[in-house]
Design a protein around this ligand. Structure first.
Ligand SMILES: [Fe+2]
Length: 229
């Protein structure tokens, strides 16, 4: 069945968030469209364009011509959006004891989408053709932080991750050491952008990340796309 549609776990009266699968000619009035699948998405009418696997764009009266699976997300009401902690979003410090006590970073409910088959080295752009495909559980959640928040430099994840900017503007940053002064790359995240994965595969279900963080320039909502082995 085409265009199977459901709300994502973090949809509420402030944020429209839908998952659409087996996509054919799906019209999007105004939303960030994230290709949450390992195959290419195509958009457009007379000038079709490709949104590669795990990348995104901002459609405004546009169309997804074809896709395996897409997340379609839009902040529809920004007034008191920052009160998300009163609507069930969790402060990350409640989950990580070492998380800085003064950092206002909040996580939404997580949506477990299902299983995807991915070669992790294709995900990380270390090779073009899939050779060692394995199953991963795809999980999606949103993050919120007010402007000018240092969302914590870290380098460990038990999963492969990338992010898409939904609202506001921020940066995904890489560091040579665990200190802000050691910044060596600033990946600007305007609405609709997804950064390339930062990790490198080092073995079966093993990968390393550079020291990295998200930095919100303005009040921001961004989507985490996680592949759990
Ligand atoms: Fe991370």
């Amino acid at each position: 069945m085409r265009n199977q549609l459901r709300d994502l776990a973090f949809a509420d009266q402030f944020i429209s968030a839908k998952l659409v699968e087996n996509v054919t000619d799906f019209e999007v009035a105004d939303a960030v469209v994230v290709n949450v699948s390992p195959s290419a998405m195509t958009t457009g009418h007379e000038h079709p364009a490709v949104v590669p696997a795990w990348k995104s764009t901002w459609l405004k009266g546009g169309v997804i011509r074809s896709a395996e699976r897409a997340a379609v997300i839009k902040v529809t009401n920004a007034t008191k959006l920052g009160g998300c902690m009163f609507r069930g979003w969790d402060w990350l410090g409640n989950r990580i004891r070492s998380f800085p006590r003064d950092t206002p970073l909040f996580i939404s409910a997580q949506d477990e989408v299902g299983t995807v088959s991915v070669d992790p080295m294709v995900f990380t752009n270390e090779r073009a053709q899939a050779e060692a495909v394995q199953p991963f559980t795809l999980k999606l959640n949103l993050w919120w932080a007010p402007g000018d928040t240092d969302c914590f430099i870290h380098n460990e994840h038990a999963f492969l991750e990338t992010h898409a900017q939904i609202h506001g503007q921020g940066r995904m940053q890489k560091f040579a050491r665990r200190e802000p002064e050691a910044l060596y790359e600033d990946v600007v995240m305007p609405v609709g952008h997804s950064h390339d994965p930062f990790c490198r595969v080092t073995g079966p279900n093993q990968w390393t990340y550079p020291w990295h963080r998200y930095y919100s320039d303005t009040d921001s909502v961004w989507l985490a796309v996680e592949l759990h082995p």
